[in-house]
Design a protein around this ligand. Structure first.
Ligand SMILES: Nc1nc2c(ncn2[C@@H]2O[C@H](COP(=O)(O)OP(=O)(O)OP(=O)(O)O)[C@@H](O)[C@H]2O)c(=O)[nH]1
Length: 392
């Protein structure tokens, strides 16, 4: 009996202990597992907010990732594709339509006037005005009108073909068909030919230098360019782009550096690499700035310590008309111009400038710019020019 009682007491104590333990456990369990709190949301910095979310990557994953992104294979440098410019021959024929504005004013205007049945003084005045308006210049206009008057009297009645022939003959006589317009770009033995490009600001010197380099490369020549326009930083970059496109080396100097030294280095480089021609671009300068004109004279003299300057090209903007003439005269005095590159002839009705500029300067037009395209520079051909003005 006693043993039964002991057993009952032990069981009762055990039950009580178990119940107490359960109670404590339930209470503690409630404290140990608090309800999950929502994640803290921090405001993102401005640029993070602006950045587009990376697709499929959670923020916590992005932070803890330690594996570096797979390395991209290093691609070998690709050599720039060199362009193959067309040769210089036949370019003016290809570009003749660009003279449309001069054709209408000068060519068609004169043909219409000269075809009239009665050529009285008023008509001759109109002919004179048309020529002067197209920048032919006063003196050449007077010569032309005199000649035309005499020839018309002799002819009497005129067919359209005769009028055209008459005008063609007179325009060609004024432009000059016998003039030597050869660009002197043939090397002398081992020594390259040197071309110096000069003119006032914005006439198209750098563009013409680049186009000329292309044209010479198109004719199979090895060309080196000298960026002696150290005044305008962009000019050297512009020339570099022209050179890179056709594989012509460009010699440059520090911005604001001595242009004569760049010109000298370019010629030295041309001699080293046995180039056919070195073309030196110079900074635009106003003919009235004595210091700058002296600097240009120095550029030429410094080149001449190393080589002969075969060609000094004066770049003239055809749209500036007679204003360009005084500038041209001063340049001619300082650097002895040997040829004129007449640019922007595509943008003017005043094609007669070809006549006046040659007459005023006694220097032939050798190149004409007929557009902004890289191959829109052509050797000047008087017959193609006059035929383009008069229409076929
Ligand atoms: N329509 C037309 N534009 C041309 C021709 N030649 C040059 N130009 C434009 O004329 C502008 C001036 O050309 P640049 O070569 O920079 O002139 P620049 O004489 O070197 O200028 P500076 O160094 O400032 O004196 C450019 O926009 C050329 O594209 C041309 O024959 N026709």
């Amino acid at each position: 009996m006693e043993s039964y009682l002991g057993l009952i007491v032990i069981i009762a104590v055990a039950v009580l202990l178990a119940a107490g333990g359960m109670f404590l456990l339930i209470r503690q369990g409630k404290k140990v597992t608090p309800p999950p709190r929502p994640p803290e949301v921090r405001p993102a910095p401005e640029e993070e907010r602006a950045a587009p979310p990376s697709a499929g990557v959670r923020e916590d994953e992005a932070v803890t990732t330690t594996v570096p992104p797979p390395a991209r294979p290093i691609e070998p440098p690709v050599a720039p594709q060199l362009e193959v410019p067309p040769p210089s021959a036949g370019r003016m024929v290809r570009l003749r339509a660009r003279l449309a504005r001069s054709q209408t004013t000068l060519g068609k205007g004169l043909l219409e006037l000269l075809s009239r049945d009665r050529l009285d003084d008023d008509v001759w005045d109109e002919i004179e005005e048309t020529l002067i308006g197209a920048d032919v210049g006063v003196a050449p206009t007077q010569v032309m009108v005199e000649e035309l008057r005499t020839r018309v009297k002799v002819l009497g009645s005129r067919t359209p073909d005769e009028v055209r022939g008459l005008l063609r003959e007179q325009l060609l006589a004024q432009i000059g068909t016998d003039t030597d317009r050869t660009l002197h770009v043939t090397k002398h033995g081992e020594r390259p030919a040197v071309v110096l490009v000069v003119g006032v600001n914005g006439t198209g010197k750098t563009t013409t230098t680049g186009k000329l380099a292309r044209s010479l490369v198109g004719d199979g020549k090895h060309v080196v360019l000298g960026a002696a326009d150290t005044f305008r930083a962009a000019a050297a970059d512009q020339l570099q782009t022209w050179g890179d496109r056709v594989g012509a080396e460009v010699v440059r100097g520090p911005e604001g550096g001595d242009p004569a030294s760049v010109a000298f280095d370019a010629v030295a480089k041309g001699m080293d690499v046995k180039a056919d021609a070195v073309i030196v671009d110079t900074a635009g300068r106003l003919h009235t700035k004595t210091g700058l004109m002296d600097e240009l004279g120095k550029v030429k003299r410094v080149i001449e310590k190393k080589a002969t300057v075969d060609e000094v090209l004066l770049v003239l903007d055809a749209t500036t008309g007679q204003n360009g003439m005084r500038q041209a005269q001063v340049f001619a005095e300082v650097v002895n111009i040997t040829g004129i590159a007449l640019t922007k002839l595509d943008g003017t009705a005043k094609g007669g400038i070809v006549i006046s500029v040659q007459r005023e300067l006694g220097v032939p037009v050798k190149l004409v710019g007929l557009g902004e395209g890289p191959d829109d520079l052509a050797p000047f051909d008087p017959e193609v020019f006059v035929d383009a003005l008069l229409g076929d």
